[in-house]
Design a protein around this ligand. Structure first.
Ligand code: DQA
Length: 148
């Protein structure tokens, strides 16, 4: 059976392409999905790609990944820095053997101090930040490496 990699995106990432391009670049979320799909397919994985501005919907997607996913990549965006609910949901994936990769386009540690706190990092297998939209492709490599 083909394994599915879940890529979950949090608030305001639907605005990529026009949102602060000096920080996040010119690529849209659709562009990112296309390149992630190509990479997953080439490696023999299915992709389930989501974005939501709503915290509870992201929790629902994490729970779905717990039933149907092999690995989870998550750019929780601003919820990275605030969400105990996302922390709790991601924590349920570890006993299921599902690797979690934290992804950021920018390098939050080099920005405002409120971005230093991550509720995702303590429940992630690892984190990839600061490589622009290439962070997603590097995270797919990391997820596949964790699965093999
Ligand atoms: C982000 C970094 C977060 O601090 C910010 O709130 C985002 C995007 C990134 O991908 O660089 O919305 O997750």
């Amino acid at each position: 059976m083909i394994k599915t990699i879940y890529i979950l995106n949090g608030p305001n990432l639907n605005l990529l392409g026009t949102r602060e391009p000096e920080i996040y670049g010119a690529a849209t979320l659709g562009d990112i999905e296309t390149s992630c799909l190509q990479k997953c397919k080439a490696a023999g994985y299915d992709l389930s790609f989501h974005q939501s501005n709503i915290e509870g919907e992201i929790v629902d997607q994490i729970q779905e990944a717990g039933h149907k996913g092999a690995a989870v990549l998550i750019n929780a965006a601003a919820y990275t820095h605030t969400s105990v609910a996302i922390y709790d949901a991601l924590k349920t994936l570890k006993p299921l053997g599902i690797p979690v990769i934290e992804v950021h386009i920018s390098q939050p540690a080099s920005r405002e101090t409120f971005r230093l706190k991550s509720f995702v990092a303590p429940v992630a297998t690892g984190s990839i930040s600061g490589f622009g939209t290439n962070s997603y492709l590097l995270a797919i490599d990391a997820a596949i490496d964790s699965l093999s």
